[in-house]
Design a protein around this ligand. Sequence first.
Ligand code: FEO
Length: 409
Amino acid sequence: MKTTQVTDGIYRLSANIEDVLFEDIWAIPNGMAMNSYIVKGDKAAIIDGVCDWDGVPETLYEQLDQMDLDVKDIDYVIMNHLEPDHSGWFKSFLKLRADVTVIASEKGVELVKHFYGYDGDVRAVKHGETLDLGDGRVLLFAEIPNVHWPETIATYDTKSKTLLPCDAFGSFGSVHDAMYDDQLTPEQVDFYEQEAERYYANIVGPFSPFVQRAVEKLADIEIKIIAPGHGIVWRQDPGKILNDYIRYASYAKGPAKTDVTVLYASMYGMTEMGVAPVVEGLESEGVKVHLHKIPETDWGDVIGSVWQSSGVVIGVPTYEYKMFPLMGALLEEIGRKKALYRKAFRFGSYGWSGGAQKELDEIMARNKTNWDFLEPVEFRGVPTQVDLDLIRRRGKELAVKVKGWVAQG
Ligand code: FEO
């Protein structure tokens, strides 16, 4: 990976992670970029860093070498956000350099101690405070709590009008030769938009009200460049990722797109018999369907689909007097991600007592999802033709509701 210049006095250092689960849970089939930035005035600051996985901090140091910057010449380590995908490298940095000044929010300072045991010069900054690096370069700090953790701040370079917001405005997806939006083909723009949407749903989604507050807080500053902690740097059209994030945040309470996600689990194929009819009903109204079998589909993909869908169909049978457990666990996670106010429908098979519907109702109530369900279709064993026709009609009915909701905005 090569060091590149974002703009005069700001340099990007980056490392891709691949073939791992991010946060040890989220699949990243297209990898993920960890971005760090050097900002130079008379003094030099490094803003955020990389994780501590094997070889990753070393990638960062190699990129410092490329720009002839020794770790001893770094005056400030600015930790916008303490999650170890950005701060993990600090352990290895301390072996090279024991006496640096660390800057973080008041809450961030607590984690510098608890994560890294560092009791050197650690300075807490508040919203609106500045740091003068000399040579006309003054950094301004903005508190953007819960995007992604409570301690998060964004750093703004007043000279170049560059915003360095860490997780905010980031995406999944490794970054290679094209690192800036002005270098991307239209296909690459689409790729990073899809990666950003899934990243948002998987990582940032539950904090959507805080994303909206952060955008409001930042509205008063002129932003020419957005340089996030993950993904592409936006210097040609920063408004694109800003508006995308406003849109993603709005999906939390919906409506989202005119899409419907169909999730189904089926132990012996009886519940699965309802999938084709419900999809037929949905597609007869022209809505886009995202179809996922559980547990085969990765949770991150499912949550990405649900986030962008205004409607959800759940095909799930009863299992031991409750719901098929892997669907239950997934729906709990969807609830925790706060994909709220969806139009929804459930169908499924049972053998003896049933129980899937009761547990579904409990999960929805516990997570306060406010999903608006059509009347479910349950059948004992194999669905009859009457059941299948009713499922098809429910699919069509759901699609009509979704379209009406999206049209109303
Ligand atoms: Fe990229 Fe919340 O860390």
